[in-house]
Design a protein around this ligand. Structure first.
Ligand code: GZL
Length: 326
């Protein structure tokens, strides 16, 4: 009896130690997300929450900053106090990161900047995983130049959130192409804050001022494009393939590409939100003391509506759309 009891105790101890050992091995990650402003953001958040799981050896502490830079800074400071193993930030805005990144560095916590960029010196953070927003803007500009083939363009731009690298990069890239086209005129630029409500509000305001004067609308994400479509529908303005207005969008989300497939959006430039696995592999390399890249760029592509052939965008088909990962 005593022998059986001893074996039982040893077994419980072993299991106990085992679970303690597992607890020791969990990597804690503090994740300060931009917010919940768009379908793209939802896909990005879902990707992190389904990647940084206990099964994969992680414990994810998630903060939705609701597009507020101050909330995001506070979240990072909390992660520092909680002594997270790693901190991942999708920065609401480029500016204002030097101090808190210095605090994380002082605390010896690696910080990975993901999705968007910060203007702080790269020596202040460990690594970056992102897409190339300037190339995304140039892809939209090149597709438009190809599609217009020298004809005039009077362009309205609904930008993303003010100060976000996605906004700054897409605008820079598009203007890199626009500057070579004297036949193009950008009539106005306003921020729609990457939301559908913002896109609709700005488009309604544009229609009041520029109705009948514009033939291109560039929305810096799909949700803004949905809002712009609602506003143009209400004003009886036709857009898309065969419409009076060429509509360009970014993100190439599931619904954004459905509108592209249906010819409502002429060109949709992808920005890949599925970045969590890349971030996880990076963390594993750092954890194992292996070499890692200072920057990893997640590849993008552009799509255009059926019936449009392009050297700068893939003509969308039902099959391509059905096979998309998000
Ligand atoms: C781009 C990302 C942008 C998306 C928007 O990398 O930061 O923020 O284009 C999202 O949909 O709100």
């Amino acid at each position: 009896m005593k022998k059986m009891l001893a074996v039982l105790v040893a077994l419980i101890m072993a299991l106990g130690l085992c679970s303690f050992a597992v607890a020791e091995d969990v990597i804690t990650v503090g994740f300060a997300q931009v917010g919940h402003e768009s379908d793209w953001r939802a896909a990005n958040t879902n990707d992190y929450q389904s990647t940084f799981t206990a099964e994969n050896g992680f414990e994810l502490s998630f903060v939705d900053a609701d597009n507020d830079h101050a909330v995001q800074l506070e979240a990072v400071r909390t992660f520092i106090q909680q002594e997270m193993d790693y901190i991942v930030v999708c920065p609401v805005q480029e500016a204002g990161w030097e101090t808190v990144l210095g605090e994380a560095q002082e605390a010896g916590i690696p910080v990975i900047i993901a999705d968007r960029s910060v203007s702080a010196d790269p020596s202040l953070y460990t690594s970056q995983v992102c897409t190339n927003m300037v190339l995304e803007g140039e892809a939209a500009g090149n597709w438009l130049a190809e599609n217009l083939a020298g004809t005039e363009a009077n362009i309205l731009v609904i930008e993303g959130s003010v100060g976000a690298s996605a906004t700054l990069g897409r605008t820079e890239g598009f203007n890199n192409i626009a500057k070579d086209h004297a036949e193009w005129k950008v009539l106005d630029v306003q921020s729609g804050d990457f939301t559908q409500a913002g896109g609709q509000e700005v488009m309604e305001s544009f229609i009041k001022t520029y109705n009948g004067q514009f033939n291109v609308v560039v929305c810096q994400n799909d949700n803004e494009a949905y809002g712009a479509m609602d506003a143009m529908d209400a004003a009886g303005i036709t857009y898309g393939v065969g419409g009076d207005v060429i509509l360009i969008s970014y993100d190439a989300t599931h619904d954004g590409l459905k509108y592209t497939l249906d010819g409502k959006i002429n060109c949709n430039v992808e920005c890949n939100p599925m970045q969590a696995t890349t971030v996880m592999e990076l963390i594993k390399k750092i954890q194992a003391g292996e070499a890692y890249d200072a920057m990893t760029v997640v590849p993008d592509q552009a799509f255009c509506a059926p019936g449009i052939t392009s050297a700068y965008a893939t003509t969308l088909t039902e099959e391509i759309w059905a096979a998309r990962p998000y």
